[in-house]
Design a protein around this ligand. Structure first.
Ligand SMILES: C[S@@+](CC[C@H](N)C(=O)[O-])C[C@H]1O[C@@H](n2cnc3c(N)ncnc32)[C@H](O)[C@@H]1O
Length: 334
């Protein structure tokens, strides 16, 4: 039997317990995002056979404008991610920072689009939960095991490292810890690297997110960043979003950078990235393939287009590149 098809055993070793009891509200956003994605998938907005193994379906329905917003978010991030994978012919690595219950690794495997290695990072408590599911759901563990060429897969409560996939429990605000853990899992700083921060940076102070962005642009010679988060937060609608989250003990510590598309781009350019683009989600929605938009708009009736527009105008997709001239990274757009 081929070595890659052998069943390696998951070897668990005790890990030092990391106390991350502050940040409860921020960790709670993982639940929010994954429940919304889970619900949208159940209605048919996009196909994801894996999310049901990581997130339970609640009885609560999400509003159509929320579902359309998530559709545009997932579509936009995927479009940029796939463009990067095509440009690098998958000879690259992907670092999904603040990945939560994201299922991209498994979907890329199905599409034969896996990068050389796919890393996920989140708070240790979130990683422990995800690892529990990975370990106990064959649909999630099988692809990892099959791609692994050795007999033993190393795993502790906060980390799993395999040949093509690693998940790491770390605080993105502690860069020396982050780098050390990534290197332990064989992160290769010479490979073209895509970093994804999908609704993550806004939970850090501007100084902390600047440090993370600077670290990324200094560490990888050839890199691209995809960032999805709030924008236009200075207006009345933005203020209501901030107050709603604060009431749920979740502080948008980085909201200052979410003033405008310009402030988003400026932060990227000020922290070592050579090109930076940003588009609000309403604009992105209007550029989506018409057939896809017709399909998803027929799924649920929405009578308040104005609310959808307001919501979409308060989120944006940004991307930035560094190096990669020969690969054509600067040409990537959506
Ligand atoms: C809104 S959720 C988004 C999850 C995922 N990116 C998605 O879009 O489905 C934000 C995620 O970032 C993680 N996060 C926020 N700040 C972090 C930090 N300082 N270190 C590690 N993870 C962090 C949270 O735990 C959470 O899983």
């Amino acid at each position: 039997m081929a070595a890659s098809l052998r069943e390696p055993s998951f070897i668990s070793s005790p890990s030092s317990s990391t106390c991350d009891t502050d940040d409860e509200g921020v960790r709670g956003t993982c639940e929010d995002a994954s429940l919304c994605k889970r619900f949208a998938v159940s209605v048919g907005y996009w196909h994801d056979p894996y999310i049901q193994h990581l997130v339970r379906l609640t009885k609560e329905r999400k509003a159509p404008e929320i579902n359309r917003g998530y559709f545009a978010r997932v579509h936009g991030v995927n479009q940029l991610l796939k463009a990067f994978l095509r440009k690098t012919e998958c000879h690259c690595q992907v670092l999904n920072l603040g990945a939560g219950m994201d299922t991209t690794f498994w979907k890329l495997k199905d599409e034969d689009l896996l990068p050389s290695k796919y890393f996920e990072v989140d708070f240790p408590m979130i990683v422990t939960r995800k690892l529990h599911n990975i370990k106990n759901k064959p649909l999630l563990s099988k692809p990892i095991v099959e791609l692994h060429s050795e007999d033993i897969l190393h795993m502790d409560g906060h980390t799993l490292d395999s040949k093509r996939y690693a998940i790491i429990g770390a605080d993105l605000r502690d860069l020396s810890e982050l780098e050390e853990k990534l290197k332990k899992c064989n992160m290769n700083t010479q490979l073209p690297t895509l970093l994804i921060t999908e609704c993550v940076l806004v939970y850090m102070t501007p100084e902390q997110s600047a440090n993370l962005l600077k670290w990324a642009s200094n560490t990888f010679e050839t890199a691209m960043l995809i960032n999805y988060e709030q924008v236009n937060m200075g207006d009345r609608f933005g203020q209501i979003m901030i107050e709603n989250l604060r009431r749920r003990q979740c502080d948008l510590a980085g909201v200052e950078t979410c003033k405008s598309l310009e402030s988003q781009k400026e932060r990227l350019l000020a922290n070592g990235w050579e090109t930076a683009c940003a588009v609000n989600m309403m604009e992105l929605y209007s550029r989506l393939p018409r057939a896809e938009v017709s399909r998803i708009e027929s799924l649920e009736f929405l009578d308040e287009m104005e609310l959808l527009e307001q919501l979409m105008q308060h989120y944006c997709l940004c991307w930035a590149t560094r190096g990669g001239q020969e690969l054509g990274l600067k040409e990537i757009s959506c």
